[in-house]
Design a protein around this ligand. Sequence first.
Ligand code: ATP
Length: 308
Amino acid sequence: MSSAPPPLVSLRALTKRYGATLAVDGASLAVAPGEIVGLLGQNGAGKTTLLECLLGLRAADSGEITLAGLDLRSQPREALRVVGAQLQPSALQDKITPREALRFHAALYGVAADVAALLARFGLVEKADARFDTLSTGQRQRLALALALVHRPTLLVLDEPTTGLDPQTRRALHQILRDHRTAGGGVLLSTHDLDEAERLCDRVAILHRGRIVADAAPAALLIRASAGTRLRCRTAQPQSFPDFQSSADGLAHAAVAQEAARAIAALTRAVQEAGNTLVELQLSPPTLEDAFVALTGDAWDDKPEAAP
Ligand code: ATP
């Protein structure tokens, strides 16, 4: 009987403190082969710290980390060979060129890389021999991802890979990640872009004050956070409706948790009964942002320092 392959990432009860700050607080998370998992969280939620622990760049205080079934603590070399990583900030030596950097990384891993193909795939042919310090933000990001893929890792760990990218480059990068998934690889990426998470990720884990407060498919998260569909209408004469917020210009809006049809029927009936006219009616589905806000609170709440 063949057993299922181990998860590419398995984090169990990971904890990391910086002095009195509890940056990661018992976080557990898994990434399976063929899965793109998004890590979301407000500034300071602990995303970078979690990723750095996962990559062996920071020692966790407690918890277990395995990569493709290999224990990071007892087999760090073997475990880390599975991973290609891109962390912030992506800085390289000023004078190195993309071509040299790719060759250097391939040599470091002892692999034969098709540098020309990588340069082409990441749209860096024209800049292949330009110094790193002359590259734009987007070109640096693309090079960083190309470097992460040089040794053909199964797992990609990316810290905000699309920040600062133009829409075309972002789309191209999404396609590269989807291709990686199709080939059976896994991706764990942190992002602040909820739209990106919704479109790209199979699962989204929300980190809040160092804890994973949700871990589910984006669609399931929307339901779990009971983020309601929004109904918005405009009437010829201002009118108020129960549970709706109305304004003097005839606009009224409300969140309807379920049964949008019933809410619309009640609304249109009320408009008719008042002898008013409905000018505009709009139904908007909940967004991942609604769910995120519901799960983490919308304020930039100051994180209280945890007791040591
Ligand atoms: P952002 O979205 O802003 O990048 P993040 O979710 O990646 O945030 P981290 O950078 O992991 O969050 O920070 C988590 C907490 O740990 C924060 O309170 C931060 O101030 C603290 N922290 C991070 N790095 C250090 C460090 N080297 N020394 C002390 N505290 C740190």
